[in-house]
Design a binder for this molecule. Sequence first.
Ligand SMILES: [Zn+2]
Length: 115
Amino acid sequence: MSTHIHDEAKRRLDAERTHLVQQLTKLGATADGELRNDVDYGDGFADAAAATAERTETIGLADSIHRMLMDVDAALARLEQGTYGVCAKCGKEIPEARLEFRPESIFCVSCKSVA
Ligand SMILES: [Zn+2]
């Protein structure tokens, strides 16, 4: 595997990470995908159906962004460990075309499809 792929993946993963953290911040969530308590949904949101629905939607959104962030972090960790580009499950090399398409991939296509 060429180092070019690694450099490119690192650059894109760093950019993606920054972008995802910004989205979480905008939603009023922490980098863990948890909504911050200091965000003003009001203490009485439980009796306001609309506020509850909005909060539920925000939690769902923050959760999915957090999941993407975890994928990016896992890929960045593998870049640091020198195991990037090798499937985390079966140990086979992940095709470069797949890494170019989805730099956060840590599984090959066949392992990903059964995950
Ligand atoms: Zn695999």
